[in-house]
Write a protein that binds this ligand. Structure first.
Ligand code: GDP
Length: 314
């Protein structure tokens, strides 16, 4: 187990993943959780990141920061996604090596795997085929980060490990309809439909693609588990091991949020990868499994969403 009293830096602590990590580490008794806002530390600035590491001397780093977004944001802002993420990963890993941190966990994404690879996706399928075009830029940056972990480990002996989470959802998700992922987008669309008395909710694409969803609290728990129990170079998929068609996800969210709404599909929007389901046997073999069933997770995420709205519209 890693030392609960050692300084532990969570990058991206205001985001959905980073904030879940801070909650989980706090609950596990970590007494010195380090965090820096974008304003305090621009993670794209190597000199600033080096200075920050020199001053704060983290023993552990969980690297959850990144420029992220859903299918539309990825497809329309590929340069930002590539530039920001390449730099953010490079600076943090370099500083962590320079400062000799005891351990770093790098978080990637299931979109690093080839678009048409066999399902469920095993870790070994990385770099065996072309990527999905709608998020290629983001995936390239994430792969560069993953390969950097391996390179620092080999050249400098750094204990850098990595995990590849599936699609995530939960508190502090992005609910902006142009840049969010599907689950928060649909939650908001059905909520707005209920509030406005609208009969129809538009679901992008055909509804046929299949995706796997994991509650971010489960991911945070898996991250702590890996910090405590894994020192292996090979990356580890983190998922629920089950997927669902987007059309069925839409029905599930409708049932929770606005049962009267009618779903219409908008095939002018992209479907993206036909299926993305991670093989989680490596993680299961280590002894970790997710706990939060999808419907329960959607219900609690929706409660959180409502709690954030001004009183008049909840
Ligand atoms: P992806 O997993 O990288 O493709 O990212 P998303 O979570 O953005 O999209 C997953 C799937 O949900 C795609 O097939 C989208 O077309 C579909 N989808 C349906 N409705 C929406 C929506 O309102 N917003 C988003 N982002 N995706 C949607």
């Amino acid at each position: 187990m890693i030392d609960r009293t050692a300084p532990t830096f969570v990058t991206g602590h205001r985001g959905m993943v980073g904030s879940a990590l801070v909650r989980r580490l706090g609950a596990a008794g970590f007494t010195r959780i380090l965090a820096a806002t974008r304003h305090e530390l621009d993670l794209r600035d190597q000199a600033a990141v080096d200075r920050w590491f020199d001053v704060h001397q983290p023993a552990y780093v969980i690297h959850a920061a990144g420029t992220v977004g859903g299918i539309h944001a990825n497809a329309s802002r590929p340069a930002d996604f590539l530039y920001d993420n390449l730099l953010i990963h490079a600076t943090v890993l370099h500083a962590a090596c320079r400062c000799r941190v005891d351990k770093l966990l790098y978080l990637g994404s299931s979109c690093i795997y080839p678009r048409d690879c066999p399902q469920p996706i095993r870790e070994q399928y990385l770099l065996t085929g072309p990527l999905e075009k709608t998020n290629e830029a983001y995936a390239i940056a994430k792969i560069a980060g993953l390969k950097s972990c391996e390179a620092y480990r080999r050249q400098y002996g750094c204990n850098f490990i990595s995990a590849m989470p599936t699609n995530l959802y939960g508190p502090n998700d992005n609910f902006d309809l142009t840049s969010s992922h599907v689950l928060p987008a649909l939650m908001r669309k059905f909520h707005d439909a209920a509030a406005d008395g609208a009969a129809e909710v538009a679901v992008w694409g055909t509804g046929a693609p299949r995706r796997e969803f994991l509650h971010v609290d489960d991911l945070a728990d898996a991250c702590l588990f890996l910090m405590d129990h894994s020192d292996q170079e090979e990356t580890i998929n983190v998922g629920a091991g089950e997927d669902i068609a987007i059309a069925d996800l839409a029905r599930l969210i409708r049932d929770v949020v606005c049962p009267a709404a009618h779903i219409v599909f908008d095939p002018s929007m992209p479907d993206g990868t036909p299926r993305k389901l991670l093989d989680v046997s490596r993680l299961h073999a280590l002894g970790w499994r997710h706990r939060i069933p999808l419907r329960e997770g959607i219900e609690s995420a929706y409660q959180w969403y409502r709690s954030q709205l001004p009183a008049a519209v909840t």
